[in-house]
Design a protein around this ligand. Structure first.
Ligand code: ZN
Length: 283
């Protein structure tokens, strides 16, 4: 091989290596309907993901409530992670099937805040998100999870509505599994200065891991239990990450919310977390 040809080979190899290094993970944020201000939160989510340098982010916005959904067919399979910022009308059957197939075959999902309230009647969605609330969900949705004496407990009593929260409050988030890629290296306690503390979400709760909890005092409309705040769910070959934080753009952008979102999204996309833990987290 001439020197000229070998240099060409090296140049091509370098170009391919550089492309592979620069090739970001593909993330899709789904929005368009939500009992929350999705127009405000989607740009925050997008910017947090982009700041990691790992993600190229697209957004799929559904038609507004009550409008024809039949052409809402995001190509989930083209992405490494789908970030759900959606709560609203049912998707068309083909879109629901494409989403379930995507997760079952190894796709990543982020269940962000009020996405836990979406699709109360869609069985597979509820298996994918593990536990959910609102949308007239009750004990028939399944058990709820709390953290007691060092482990997760599944409870059914008392019956009643699934999903509520007290007034916005300072939330002390306690890491319960520090060995998971998402939580490894994080301080043992992180503070969310102000947010809603979701309580008593119910669902099939299969293959759920609770990574972090917060104590919801009854005096603030809570349960006097350690409620799951950061969770993972395994569905088929798919990895699902759920965060209860982020009521509005402000709460989504806090360092505590951001670090979970960024690490959770990477883990959902790849099964690993390569991001360094930022300085100054924790109490
Ligand atoms: Zn909220």
């Amino acid at each position: 091989m001439s020197i000229y040809r070998s240099w060409t080979v090296v140049a091509i190899w370098l170009a391919l290596a550089a492309a592979a290094l620069a090739a970001p993970l593909k993330a899709l944020i789904v929005d368009g309907q939500n009992g929350h201000n999705w127009r405000q939160t989607t740009p925050v989510l997008k910017s947090l993901l982009e700041k990691t340098g790992l993600f190229a982010v697209d957004v799929a916005t559904s038609p507004p409530p009550g409008k024809d959904m039949s052409h809402f067919t995001p190509d989930f399979a083209a992405y490494n992670v789908v970030v759900l910022n959606y709560q609203g009308d049912n998707w068309p059957a083909a879109t629901r099937k494409a989403f379930v197939d995507y997760v079952a075959h190894g796709g990543g999902v982020v269940v962000y805040h009020f996405a836990a309230a979406a699709f109360p009647k869609w069985k597979e969605y509820n298996r994918i998100i593990g536990t959910g609330g609102w949308g007239n969900r009750t004990e028939t949705a399944g058990p709820y999870l709390v953290w007691r004496h060092g482990k997760v407990v599944k409870l059914t009593d008392p019956p009643g509505k699934a999903g509520f929260h007290g007034k916005m409050q300072r939330i002390e988030i306690v890491i319960r599994d520090a060995t998971h890629p998402i939580t490894r290296g994080l301080p043992p306690v992180l503070i969310q200065p102000k947010d809603e503390l979701y309580c008593r979400l119910r669902g099939p709760a299969e293959n759920v891991k609770v990574l972090a909890t917060a104590f919801a005092t009854k005096s603030n409309g809570g349960t006097d239990e350690n409620e799951p705040i950061i969770l993972t769910i395994k569905y088929g070959k798919g990895r699902v990450f759920a965060t209860r934080l982020g009521h509005s753009g402000k709460e989504t952008a806090t360092p505590t919310s951001a670090v979970f979102l960024q690490r959770g999204a990477e883990w959902a996309a790849t099964g690993k977390v390569t991001q360094r833990v930022p300085e100054g987290l924790g109490e």
